[in-house]
Design a protein around this ligand. Structure first.
Ligand SMILES: Cc1ncc(COP(=O)(O)O)c(C=O)c1O
Length: 366
């Protein structure tokens, strides 16, 4: 039977992710775990109850698959036109759509390493082949001209998960220009840019470019991973093609209404979030150094930490932290060996709990 299934599907793999709070919560009897493995806005989400309740009254109807209001709100948010917007059931749906649109039949995808695992996962699922691209010490992936000429698609995450490096606008714009020359579709994933420095976004370039697709997620910035909300920005032709190819009604009506509200009213909330993140990054980086660990510089709401000096492997440390009731991200699946963990930035009280738990976990070195 398996041989009757498309090969790329039959060999589909599970892409590891953080954020296993619900799984852990449902399997444990102890106190609620503290989740530092998913990088969600430390302020949580703005109040959404009234939007949800309002939409519940119309839950007996299909959503309007044109998502007019959501598109308008997203367009205003990134200063483009509604015709440039592709709504997505989380940005994950858009990664899949982009891979399906550009790859297949062994088409080459260029993917920096380390970065978010779904680019590779979805590229393979679409039937593409993947070339991993090293990232230089400046944080810029080393895409060669011949790589770009050969490839059908390239991916870049800015700021990058898991390294926390934010590349300046000029660097991404220049990569986008090279991709225009080589006719390679470029996906720029800006899922975290609102929690870093949105001025570095290249979303404004997408409407005029042929090969640029810029992606935003509401998950991290507005603290709503359960809603599943994202959008892409592209020129009107590509945006319309992707929109037609999208699964119909892929955004639930509650999510779409919440998304319109958040994008319309959320600017102050995001500003406050960036201030808190900056303060908490400073606190955490200094506290982690005091524990003898090596946190990498970060500009966003998570930190990649080299734990080699502790003498513990990342997975052992993750297990010890789990016993402390704290979830952290073991970074082995990013191809970083057993020396790195990733920690989300949460509020001060929670960050202090993290540091105390780490101190205990590192002490009992057995
Ligand atoms: C860099 C990056 N992009 C995209 C996503 C997908 O997010 P969502 O589908 O919730 O928008 C994630 C999730 O962890 C991520 O880390």
């Amino acid at each position: 039977m398996i041989d009757r299934i498309k090969r790329s599907f039959a060999s589909a793999r599970v892409c590891p992710h953080g954020g296993k709070f619900r799984e852990v919560e449902s399997n444990s009897v102890g106190p609620t775990p503290l989740d530092f493995s998913a990088n969600i806005n430390p302020l949580g989400s703005p109040p959404l109850e009234f939007v949800v309740l309002q939409e519940l009254e119309r839950i007996g109807y299909y959503p309007d698959n044109r998502y007019v209001e959501f598109r308008q709100a997203a367009a205003r948010f990134v200063y483009v036109s509604p015709g440039n917007i592709v709504p997505g059931n989380g940005s994950s749906e858009l990664i899949r759509l982009f891979a399906e649109m550009t790859l297949g039949d062994g088409g080459l995808a260029l993917i920096p390493q380390p970065t978010f695992g779904e680019y590779e996962n979805q590229s393979l699922l679409a039937g593409g082949r993947v070339r991993r691209i090293d990232i230089g010490p400046d944080g810029m992936p080393r895409f060669s001209d011949s790589d770009l000429d050969e490839a059908k698609a390239a991916f870049i995450c800015n700021p990058n998960n898991p390294t926390g490096v934010l590349l300046p606008y000029e660097e991404i714009a220049s990569l986008a220009e090279r991709c225009e020359d080589s006719e390679t579709f470029l996906l720029v994933d800006e899922a975290f840019i609102e929690l870093s420095d949105p001025d570095q976004s290249v979303a404004g370039l997408a409407p005029k470019a042929e090969y640029l697709f810029v992606m935003r997620s509401l998950t991290k910035s507005f603290g709503v991973p359960g809603l599943r909300l994202g959008f892409g920005v592209a020129n009107p032709v590509v945006a319309e093609i992707m929109d037609r190819a999208r699964i119909p009604w892929s955004l639930g009506s509650i999510a779409a209404a919440a998304g319109s509200y958040l994008l319309g009213e959320g600017e102050d909330f995001l500003k406050r979030s960036r201030t808190v993140i900056k303060e908490e990054l400073e606190y955490l980086i200094s506290a982690l150094k005091s524990l003898g660990l090596r946190p990498l510089e970060s500009t966003v709401n998570f930190i990649l930490v080299d734990v080699a000096s502790s003498g513990l492997a990342s997975d052992d440390l993750a297990s010890r932290m789990m016993a402390e009731g704290v979830l952290i991200r073991d970074c082995q699946s990013f191809g970083l060996g057993r020396s790195y963990i990733r920690l989300a930035v949460r509020n001060r009280n929670e960050n202090e709990q993290l540091i105390s738990a780490l101190e205990r976990a590192l002490k009992c070195r057995g």
